[in-house]
Ligand binder design. Structure first.
Ligand code: DON
Length: 308
C-alpha cells in the first residue's frame, strides 16, 4: 500500500462532500466541519497508512453498535440473543419504527439499527447502568489500543434532550417484551446515548477494525479479546446489515464489511488483512459519509480488496 496513492484517492473524492449534509437531528453534530475528510489503514504488521484529518476526533455513534453486539454475544448464548434480535438486513431507516410492529415477532431485525443496539444493551449482564457504560467504554479503550478514550458530554446531552425517536423504540420494545419489564428505559437510554457519544479518530477505528480482521486477537500482543466464533458473527452481520438499507449496494461496490455512524465515521474490517477508519461528516440520505464511502470504494477497487 502506498501513502501517496491514498492521498490521491482522498483528494479525488473530496468533490463528493458537496453532495452530502452534516447530521442535524442531533443538534451538536450540526457543528461538525463539513470539509473534514480523513483515512487511516492499519495492517497486521502494524504498518499504518493515514492521510487527511485522520487525527480529528468525532463521536463513535452507530459504530459503537459493533462493540455493543460483541459484548452482548459474550454475555449471552447465541440462542438467547436470537430471541431478542435477528441478523437480517433492513429496507427501512436505522431508526425506523414500522418494522418493530409488523416483522420478525417484534424483534429488531439486526443489532446495528438503533432498536437492535438498545435491546443488546439491555441484555448486558452488568448490575447497574453505570457498569454497562463502563464496560463498553473500557472495551473500546482495549480494542482501539487507546487508554485516553473519553465521551463527549455536549453530544451526550444533545442526544439525551432530542432522543424522542429512540425513546419511542425502547418503550415500544418494552411493551412487546423484547426489553424486560424491569428495565428502567430512561437509564438504559442514557447508557445508549453516552456510548454513542464516545470520541474516537480514524486511527482508533482502524485499530478496532484490525482486531475483528484478526478474529478477536490483538495481532501485536497476541492477546485474545473475544472468540473467533463471536468475531465471525459480528463481521458477517456487518457485511449484511452494517450500512443499513444500503448494505447490499455497498457489498457490490465496496465488498468490505463495514459499519457507519451519523458523525461521518466508517469502520471497515478486511478479514485477515487490515482495519480501516474513515471520517467525513457530510452524509448521504442513509446517514453514511458520502465522500467517505467513495474513498472506501476507490481503496477497494485500487487494491482489489473486495471479499467477494
Ligand atoms: O441514536 C442515534 O440516532 C444516533 N446516536 C446514532 C445513529 C447512527 O449513527 C446511525 N448511523 N448511520
Amino acid at each position: 500500500m502506498d501513502k501517496n496513492i491514498l492521498e490521491d484517492i482522498l483528494q479525488n473524492n473530496r468533490k463528493y462532500i458537496k453532495l452530502g449534509e452534516v447530521a442535524t437531528y442531533i443538534p451538536q453534530l450540526a457543528k461538525a466541519n463539513k470539509e473534514d475528510l480523513g483515512l487511516c489503514i492499519k495492517d497486521m504488521n502494524g504498518d499504518m497508512y493515514a492521510c487527511g484529518d485522520y487525527e480529528k476526533k468525532f463521536t463513535i455513534q452507530s459504530m459503537s453498535k459493533v462493540i455493543t453486539f460483541t459484548s452482548c454475544l459474550l454475555d449471552n448464548s447465541i440462542e438467547d440473543v436470537k430471541k431478542t434480535v435477528s441478523f437480517e438486513p433492513t429496507s427501512t431507516a436505522f431508526n425506523a419504527i414500522v418494522d418493530l410492529e409488523i416483522k420478525n415477532r417484534h424483534r429488531p431485525l439486526n443489532p446495528f439499527i438503533n432498536a437492535g443496539a438498545i435491546a443488546c444493551i439491555s441484555m448486558l449482564k452488568e448490575n447497574t447502568y453505570q457498569e454497562k457504560f463502563d464496560r463498553i467504554i473500557n472495551f473500546i479503550k482495549l480494542l482501539s489500543l487507546n487508554e485516553n478514550i473519553d465521551y463527549d458530554e455536549e453530544v451526550y446531552e444533545s442526544e439525551r434532550k432530542t432522543g424522542s425517536r429512540n425513546r419511542a423504540l425502547a418503550y415500544y420494545m418494552q411493551s412487546t417484551g423484547i426489553i424486560d419489564k424491569d428495565v428502567d428505559i430512561e437509564k438504559l437510554l442514557e447508557v445508549y446515548f453516552k456510548i454513542c457519544s464516545i470520541k474516537v479518530n480514524c486511527i482508533d477505528l482502524s485499530n478496532i477494525a484490525l482486531i475483528y480482521a484478526n478474529n478477536g486477537v490483538n495481532p501485536f500482543t497476541k492477546e485474545r479479546y473475544f472468540s473467533k466464533e463471536v468475531s465471525k458473527i459480528v463481521v458477517a452481520t456487518m457485511a449484511l446489515c452494517g450500512m443499513y438499507d444500503e448494505s447490499g449496494e455497498i457489498a457490490v461496490t465496496v465488498g468490505i464489511p463495514s459499519k457507519s455512524g451519523v458523525s461521518g465515521g466508517i469502520l471497515s474490517v478486511l478479514p485477515s488483512k487490515m482495519g480501516i477508519g474513515i471520517y467525513g461528516p457530510a452524509l448521504n440520505d442513509k446517514g453514511t459519509s458520502v465522500a467517505g464511502l467513495k474513498i472506501l470504494e476507490s481503496v477497494s477497487e485500487k487494491f482489489d480488496l473486495s471479499i467477494y
